[in-house]
Design a protein around this ligand. Structure first.
Ligand code: ADP
Length: 426
């Protein structure tokens, strides 16, 4: 058989056999590539009447070049790396995802030249020895840290191909994002517990003092009760923010459907926050010409404006002014209009390295200053999720010593004129 034809056979045989394996095993855990591989079997279907090996050979060796190209095209489109090696672990076939992951992979070269993973190479030997499939892990550190689950399975070859010696197919499934999500969840629980434990420990300490040494000391009691109230309020704020965050996350995939006017929302919040700003010597102003309608949830948008003004006053108040501005802008590419809500302060600003992380939960530039100001470290995370739910974008720009501008940009709501039911028919 010509080399090209043989490779086509292998490709088709690989894909078909893996697909059949999944069907036969009936695992019920079909992932993307497996489903794709199984589809090849279906697309070659009709020819594969039974699950017998001889039938697969007939398919792969049939003159229908189009079937081979379908199989190859599908293998090429499987987003996860697939590698086929012979019993000496020499590479026979790879898909583009495998080449992208392991640029050193070369056909007819040992797999170990490109994949330095003893567990995987041992796994291939074991699969050849026992005939049973197995799973192992493969991790890369360079250029980025990634982790893969490698499914290794024997691919029995028909007598006519390489003397019936089995080959081995490796499916690599990227676990990187699943692991990152898991790490984020663990971090979140650890951070939330830590944030709650600190005020709780202080409350318990003061309760013990009030029951013991300060029992008959009214001035001390008053002072301690004041501190306890502050700590309890901090815990309440944290719990409120955690609940808001989880409520917003739950609804994030459901965009709001009612039109609201962002001008009214901004003005209402500027009025509410005015006294707080004045107390801190900050002049708070709003600039908005006319109405700016978007599809939105009023309470959530009030929360966005509130958090952004609060931050500007708390961390940028030394600049003396905080400006809230609304404007309309047209995107050059799509011609769509959007509404930009900008909150600008003239405070100390934020160093560039912190900016990408500010919307992470519990991330603060200066933890002590945030706590002193009653911050929970969740404000901008809440803002980001609300903006996402409104199909908007959040941009943070800051120049050290010149101030910070946070922009929330939403698609404009364009009302469709209701048909004039009273109009005379033409
Ligand atoms: P917090 O509850 O700490 O205010 P946020 O998520 O609202 O939490 O903000 C995260 C951090 O971003 C703050 O702790 C602060 O360090 C920084 N920050 C936010 N807004 C500003 C601003 N306008 N100027 C300077 N720093 C800011």
């Amino acid at each position: 058989m010509a080399r090209g034809a043989r490779r086509s056979s292998w490709t088709a045989a690989t894909v078909a056999t893996v697909g059949l394996g999944v069907f036969a095993a009936g695992r019920g855990t079909l992932d993307g590539p497996m489903i794709a591989a199984s589809l090849v079997v279906l697309c070659l279907g009709g020819v594969i009447g039974s699950l017998g090996r001889a039938r697969i050979v007939r398919v792969t060796e049939s003159p229908g070049a189009s079937r081979h190209s379908v199989a190859e095209a599908l293998l090429a489109n499987i987003p996860d790396p697939v590698i086929l090696v012979d019993r000496r672990a020499v590479v026979i076939e790879v898909n583009p995802a495998a080449r992208a992951l392991l640029p050193a992979l070369k056909l007819r070269h040992p797999l170990s030249f490109a994949l330095r993973a003893p567990d995987v190479l041992d796994g291939i030997e074991e699969v050849l020895r026992t005939g049973a499939p197995l799973k192992t892990l493969y991790a890369t550190r360079v250029p980025t840290e990634r982790a893969f689950e490698v499914q290794i399975g024997a691919l029995p070859m028909p007598d006519g191909v390489v003397g019936g010696q089995p080959n081995v197919v490796l499916f690599l499934r990227d676990l990187t994002s699943a692991r990152r999500l898991e790490a984020t969840r663990v971090d979140f629980v650890a951070n939330a517990s830590h944030e709650l434990r600190t005020p709780l420990a202080s409350l318990l300490g003061f309760i013990e003092t009030l029951q013991g040494p300060a029992r008959n000391d009214p001035p001390a009691r008053e002072r301690f009760l004041g501190i306890m109230k502050t700590q309890a309020q901090r815990m309440a704020r944290l719990v409120d923010d955690l609940l808001s965050l989880s409520r917003i996350e739950l609804r994030e995939h459901v965009p709001p459907t009612r039109p609201v006017d962002l001008t009214r929302i901004a003005r209402q919040m500027v009025d509410t926050q005015g006294p707080l700003a004045r107390d801190r010597g900050v002049v708070l102003s709003v600039a908005a010409e006319g109405a700016f309608p978007i599809l939105g949830e009023r309470d959530e948008l009030l929360r966005v404006v509130e958090n952004l003004i609060e931050n500007a006053v708390k961390y940028g108040g030394s600049g003396g002014r905080v400006e809230v501005a609304l404007r309309r802008q047209t995107e050059a590419a799509s011609g769509r209009t959007s509404i930009e809500l900008a909150v600008r302060d003239h405070g100390p600003g934020i160093a560039a390295e912190h900016i990408p992380r500010l919307t992470e939960r519990f991330y603060r530039v200066d933890v002590a200053s945030s706590r002193d100001q009653g911050g929970t470290g969740l404000g901008l995370a809440i803002v980001k999720h609300i903006v996402n739910r409104h199909r908007g974008r959040l941009l943070i720009e800051s120049v050290p010593d010149a101030g910070t501008t946070v922009r929330a940009i939403f698609p404009e709501f364009e009302a469709v004129e209701p048909p004039d039911l009273l109009a005379e028919p033409a």
